[in-house]
Design a protein around this ligand. Sequence first.
Ligand SMILES: CC(C)(COP(=O)(O)OP(=O)(O)OC[C@H]1O[C@@H](n2cnc3c(N)ncnc32)[C@H](O)[C@@H]1OP(=O)(O)O)[C@@H](O)C(=O)NCCC(=O)NCCS
Length: 366
Amino acid sequence: MTDLSNLILLPATEEQKLESRHRSFKEWGKDQTLEQYLVRDTLLEREEHALNGKFTTWVLTLADDPKTMEFKCSCETYRRDALVLHPSAQKPSSAPAFGIASVFTPAEHRKRGYAKHMMRLLHAELQRQDAIASVLWSDVGAKFYAVCSPYDSKVVSSASSLDGWIVRGAHSALWSTSQQLTANTDMPVGWRWLSSTDMPEVWKREDQAIAAQLSESVGNAKDKVLFSFLPSAGVAEFQVVRALRLWKALAPPLEHRGIELPNGQGLVTWSFDRRPNTLLVTRIRVMSSVSPEDIKQLLLVLMGLARTHQQERLEIWNMPEALIPASRELGFEHEERTAHLPSIKWYGPEPLDKVVWANNERFCWC
Ligand SMILES: CC(C)(COP(=O)(O)OP(=O)(O)OC[C@H]1O[C@@H](n2cnc3c(N)ncnc32)[C@H](O)[C@@H]1OP(=O)(O)O)[C@@H](O)C(=O)NCCC(=O)NCCS
């Protein structure tokens, strides 16, 4: 067994942060040069979602030599605004929550329990910053993060104690552009294309829409706690900034960032992913007043966009219920993903099965 007692979790020094990026380049930088990879991360750090201390790189390092470059593993966290509606409350309240990314142990240090130890220690650091929850999107299945429980966990401890990050809502709706598409994919009159300059205001309106959505649930959510990230303050914009290289490579180019329906009745935004090339919806919302015909047309416009811009598929994470019948009619497949599994650790007093992660969509991925 590896001795973990001389290891502590600390925010990385600037040098350690850079070293962590050099290390992970081998794994995640495959289609970029090292310079492109490092520049992208430096630029992302200057974006609103990371500013003012919201972004931290953590290292599991030696207690007696904390600034060493021989740290064992690393990860990153983003502090974000969330809303929480408790069963007895009359309105939602705001609370900090964290997104976790880039969990990485170099190959020569793997399978010695370092990453698990780091993640178990991380809970206490985030709780010290008043986190109500932390989330991550696992690319290593459900088990690894589920067993990373806090060291002071009250859950009866056993070898398989599941008080770490638990998968919630890994559903994807997928439409392949290789399918026939003969229907009209035009934008209906009155719908508005969104541009980059529209987005700061759009995301503030979405914050309000989410607050209203939670407020409407007052009294209806029974004994559940509702939890949602907010997309403003650069959180949703990160999806586009991180994928800028993919946007720049689009043929034909695409300026539009989303579509807004009249009178705040709905909205869809998107970004791109690769392997396979995908038009990935980051946020989709339709009010109950939107007709089934308009819902279908919204999906058709997205399908047309995916095809026009040479994508292999269109993907929507946790598609809202109201869109499912139209999506099936139009040939979408619905499946449980095996990658990017949304996983949550709740720090409130309630057990996780009483917590609903609302708006569990791509916009808050990191
Ligand atoms: C995943 C990773 C962080 C684990 O680091 P580590 O220090 O070796 O982790 P630990 O020693 O604490 O735990 C190892 C466990 O992780 C599991 N694991 C590692 N890679 C895995 C994978 N790709 N899929 C599923 N489980 C995996 C091991 O099987 C082992 O499980 P066990 O304890 O039941 O035997 C490391 O393998 C890594 O950096 N991988 C590449 C980057 C990556 O995929 N990061 C996660 C992104 S969500």
